[in-house]
Design a binder for this molecule. Structure first.
Ligand code: SAJ
Length: 441
């Protein structure tokens, strides 16, 4: 910056402050995926200056060109963010200029089923290199209780700055629900837990600008555990109804009707429903963080999670066994039969295929020499173990031509009654079509 010597000191410092202010951003988001990008969008929409940091240059280039790669964020959203001053970077220099840094990187499972925190530690090291006194750092990535204190904090304090004294550090679980049109970031209460009360207060003040309700946790561990409780609760209860579905069939009980009846209870019950398996980036993954922490720190199994994993993981095989029985009843072996899978994403009306049960179902069908095809309005191309699965064109023609159609995801685009009318054999794993001739899970 060229300083003209003629400037009176007062104007000079004002100019410096203004230029510094223009360079500074209120928020830097590390990880611009389904969690980070909606956070950046909300911050930009309330007038905060936002920088985004992502290691993928294609993501950065796309965003800076006004294109979104996240289902729930439109290109128009990104263009508005850009007009509000949002810029994406691959270089972490932007972190120096941020008042608040939020880490929203993925926490997948490693090959041994434990947490893979490599993205979190890499992000924490980048923040440490740029850490400034007075900054607020928040981890949003789902992880086991203790990560913020035992993993992130030491990495940040390698900067020489102390959490709680020189900078603030907190954990705030992400609660982004892909495809949810009623509960976005602003409408979903945000839990925050800081390393110290002052850290919590700073995190509350920051999120208070973005969301309607901020909930103070006792500390980082309670905030980390709250997220795992939320998702383990779903995982365990989905496993419960999955096992109940298997048992009910043996007992000649319509489990779907039993769930429908139980769901009339206005308190103390939440309905979950059986399916071909539990997919997505949260529910089948997050509980493993808890069982990992229990096993590694306490030396014993978190049995609920282990059992739920076992039940949910067995659902694809159960579905294929039921398909085989259904074809046998029709006098056809599964081997050589043409089987059409409807819905290969992990849940209805999303394009995300992560951990989708369709994958193991297709794998098991192929292992039994079935000819597998698929249809999904959100998936133009699908490969299983490196082999492309044929995608049928006209759906009504396809269900007439295939020996068996299996409904895995009841996308709202599907005309289920017509499918039931036309299908040669239809196996509904989502409990949507109750009529004679249609097999339901
Ligand atoms: N599933 C069932 N039976 C059910 C509900 C779900 O088999 O009764 C299956 C789905 O088909 C899917 C998987 O479980 O394969 C996960 O479904 P989900 O409805 O839990 O959807 P997710 O994975 O998108 O979960 C998200 C989570 N949000 C966050 O982690 C921030 C979860 O915490 C939310 O509770 C959930 O959305 C929601 O409420 O919809």
């Amino acid at each position: 910056m060229q300083l003209s010597p003629a400037e009176p000191l007062g104007e000079l410092s004002a100019q410096l402050v203004e230029e510094e202010r223009q360079d500074s951003v209120e928020l830097a988001v590390i990880g611009l995926g389904y969690v980070g990008l909606p956070l950046a969008r909300e911050a930009a929409s309330v007038g905060l200056r936002v920088a985004g940091l992502d290691r993928d240059p294609r993501v950065v280039a796309g965003l800076n060109s006004g294109r979104s790669h996240v289902d729930d964020v439109s290109d128009e959203d990104v263009r508005r963010m850009r007009e509000a001053g949002f810029t994406a970077y691959t270089d972490d220099a932007c972190l120096t200029r941020a008042q608040t840094v939020v880490i929203c990187v993925p926490t997948p499972l490693s090959t041994d089923g434990g947490p893979d925190l490599s993205a979190v530690t890499s992000a924490a090291r980048a923040v440490a290199r740029r850490l400034q006194p007075g900054q607020l750092v928040v981890l949003e990535s789902t992880t086991y209780p203790g990560t913020t204190e035992e993993v992130v904090r030491p990495l940040l304090e390698e900067s020489g700055l102390r959490a709680g004294d020189d900078f603030a550090l907190a954990f705030s679980p992400e609660r982004i629900d892909p495809g949810n049109t009623t509960h976005g970031l602003r409408e979903t209460p945000k839990v925050v837990g800081g390393c110290t009360p002052s850290c919590t207060a700073e995190a509350v003040a920051f999120y208070g600008k973005l969301v309607d309700t901020v909930v103070e946790a006792k500390g980082t561990r309670e905030a980390e555990m709250a997220k795992l409780l939320e998702n383990t609760y779903r995982h365990v209860n989905i496993a419960l109804v999955n096992e109940l579905a298997i048992i009910s069939r043996e007992l000649n009980v319509d489990v779907w009707d039993a769930i429908r009846c139980a769901d009339t209870k206005p308190f103390g019950f939440q309905a979950f429903r059986p399916s071909a398996g539990v997919g997505g980036h949260c529910i089948p993954i997050d509980p493993n963080y808890l069982s990992y922490k229990v096993r590694s720190s306490l030396g014993y199994d978190f049995r609920f999670v282990e059992l739920a994993q076992d039940v949910n993981r067995r659902m694809p095989e159960y579905v294929v066994r039921r398909a085989q029985d259904l074809l046998n009843t029709a006098g056809r072996p599964l081997s050589g039969s043409r089987v059409l899978l409807l819905g290969v994403t992990y849940k209805p009306d999303v394009a995300d295929q992560r951990e989708s049960p369709a994958l193991p179902v297709a794998r098991l069908l192929r292992a039994r020499n079935a000819e597998v095809s698929f249809h999904d309005p959100h998936v133009p191309l699908w490969t299983v173990d490196g082999t492309t699965v044929p995608r049928v064109g006209d759906l009504m023609t396809a269900v007439r031509e295939h020996d068996l159609t299996i409904l895995l995801q009841d996308h709202s685009a599907y005309d289920l009654p017509s499918l039931a009318d036309e299908a040669r054999l239809l196996f509904d794993t989502r409990g949507r079509i109750f009529r004679p001739g249609v097999e339901v899970l």
